[in-house]
Design a protein around this ligand. Structure first.
Ligand code: PLP
Length: 400
C-alpha cells in the first residue's frame, strides 16, 4: 500500500471530481468568469502557493517533470554540475541528466539528507546548483545549505517530492531555495495518482517554468497567443480531474501530518531506550511530515539481523533510492551515447559515509508503506493505538 493521502481518499475527492465531470470541462484552461468552468487546477495552484507562503505555484504532470522544468527554467545546461545526494529517488538524478548537465553525488549525514560538509567538498568551478532532497519527509539542514549557496553563488532547487507540507524553522519547504518541486504520486504525503507542483517567489522564473510546462505559453493562457510566446516549451500539464483530487488532498494535508506525528511519537516512545538502537537526526522536529520513523543501529550486523527477523531490509538494500542500486546510472545507460559523461560521478562505494549509515538504518512505516523505500514493516495512518503497540513490541522483540 502507498502513502497516507491515498488511505484518506473519500467523499471530498469524489465531490471535487464529480463537480468536474458534471461540468464537462476537463482541460485546465477556461474562462474564470464562466460558472460552469470549475477551474480546479487554477484553484490548486492558488491554494498551494498560499499554503507554502510563496507567490507562484504551477501544477505539473509529475515530480520528475517539476524537477526537469525547474532546471531548464533556471538555465542549467551543458557542462553545468548540480550537487545532489546519493540517497534519493532516481528522478532527482535523471532530471539533471536530461537537463544536459552533470549530477555530482554527495554524502548524506545522520539525518539521511545531504551532508553540507560534503557539498562544500564537491564544489568545483563548474558547479551551478545544489539540489537538497528532503528525504522521507524531513527537512535538510537548510541553514547551512543556503549559507554555502550564497557564499559560492549557487542556486538551490529544493526537491520536496517526499515532503509536501513539511517546514524548516517556520518556513514551508520549497519556499527557502530559489524554486521548489513536489510530487503527487501515490507514495507521497498527498496524492492524485500522479502529478506534481512547482513553487517559486521569482516572477521571471515562474513565467519561464509555466511556458516550459505548456508549449511556451504565458501563465493561465485564455486565448490565442501566437506571436507572444517567449520560449519553446513542452507539455507537462495536468487536467481538471487530477486537479480536483489534488485540491481535496491539499485541504487534508495538515490533518494528515498532525495524525502521523501523533502516531510516530507513540511508536517512537515505545521503542526508545533499546541498547544499540538510535534514531535519525531531524533538523526540525516541529517541521517534519513524520511519514517514516527511521532507526539507526550502532552496528550493521544487528541492523541486518533485526530487519531479517521482521521481514524487511536495511535501507542500503531496500532498492530504489540508493545510488549503489541504480544500475541505469552506474552503467551509464543514457539514451544518447555521448551523455554517458553525465553519470560518470556515480560508482559503487563512492560514498562511504552514506553506505555506512544506510547499512545501519531501517525505515519503519508510519504513513508511507513502501517496500521500495525499505518500509515494508510498520504501521499506517489508520493504525489504532493497539496496533501501534503490537508493532512496537514486535520490533523490540526482534532487537533482543
Ligand atoms: C517521488 C520522487 C520524485 C519524483 O516524483 P514523480 O511524481 O514520481 O515523478 C522525485 N524526487 C524524489 C525525492 C521523490 O521521492
Amino acid at each position: 500500500m502507498p502513502g497516507p493521502g491515498a488511505y484518506w481518499i473519500d467523499k471530498e475527492e469524489k465531490r471535487e471530481v464529480m463537480d468536474v465531470l458534471s461540468s464537462g470541462y476537463l482541460s485546465r484552461y477556461g474562462d474564470l468568469e464562466n460558472p460552469d468552468f470549475k477551474h480546479k487546477v487554477y484553484t490548486l495552484e492558488q491554494e498551494f502557493a498560499k499554503y507554502c507562503g510563496v507567490k507562484h505555484a504551477i501544477a505539473t504532470s509529475s515530480g520528475t517533470g517539476s524537477i526537469l522544468i525547474s532546471l531548464l527554467a533556471l538555465g542549467i545546461s551543458e557542462g553545468d554540475e548540480v550537487i545532489v545526494p546519493g540517497y534519493t529517488f532516481i528522478a532527482s538524478i535523471s532530471s539533471i541528466i536530461y537537463a544536459r548537465s552533470v549530477p555530482v553525488l554527495a554524502e548524506i549525514d545522520e539525518s539521511l539528507t545531504v551532508d553540507p560538509d560534503d557539498i562544500e567538498k564537491k564544489i568545483t568551478n563548474r558547479t551551478r546548483a545544489i539540489m537538497p532532497v528532503h528525504m522521507l519527509g524531513n527537512p535538510c539542514n537548510m541553514h547551512r545549505i543556503m549559507e554555502i549557496a550564497e557564499k559560492h553563488n549557487l542556486v538551490v532547487i529544493e526537491d520536496c517530492c517526499q515532503a509536501a507540507g513539511a517546514s524548516y524553522k517556520g518556513k514551508k519547504l520549497g519556499s527557502i531555495g530559489k524554486i521548489g518541486t513536489f510530487s503527487l504520486n501515490v507514495f507521497k504525503t498527498i496524492t492524485a495518482g500522479d502529478g506534481g507542483l512547482i513553487v517559486t517567489n521569482n516572477d521571471e522564473l515562474y513565467e519561464r517554468a509555466f511556458g516550459l510546462h505548456d508549449q511556451g505559453h504565458k501563465p493561465n493562457r485564455t486565448g490565442l497567443e501566437v506571436g507572444r510566446r517567449s520560449l519553446i516549451g513542452l507539455n507537462f500539464r495536468i487536467n481538471e480531474l487530477t486537479g480536483a483530487v489534488a485540491l481535496a488532498q491539499l485541504r487534508k494535508v495538515d490533518k494528515i501530518i498532525q495524525t502521523l506525528r501523533e502516531k510516530k511519537n507513540r511508536f517512537k516512545q515505545s521503542i526508545s531506550n533499546i541498547p544499540g538502537v538510535g534514531f535519525r537526526k531531524v533538523y526540525d522536529e516541529k517541521g517534519e511530515c513524520a511519514t517514516l520513523l527511521t532507526v539507526i543501529f550502532t552496528n550493521k550486523d544487528m541492523a541486518a539481523k533485526v530487519c531479517e527477523k521482521l521481514g524487511t531490509k536495511t535501507i542500503s538494500h531496500s532498492g530504489w533510492h540508493v545510488y549503489n542500486n541504480m544500475e541505469q546510472i552506474l552503467e551509464h545507460k543514457t539514451p544518447v551515447a555521448d551523455w554517458s559523461e553525465r553519470s560518470r560521478f556515480a560508482s559503487i562505494g563512492s560514498l562511504p559515509k552514506t553506505d555506512d549509515i544506510l547499512q545501519r538504518a531501517m525505515n519503519i512505516s508510519i504513513g508511507v508503506v513502501d517496500a521500495g523505500l525499505g518500509a515494508g514493516f510498520g504501521i499506517n495512518i489508520n493504525s489504532t493505538d493497539e496496533e501501534i503497540e503490537t508493532c512496537a513490541q514486535k520490533f523490540k522483540h526482534a532487537c533482543s
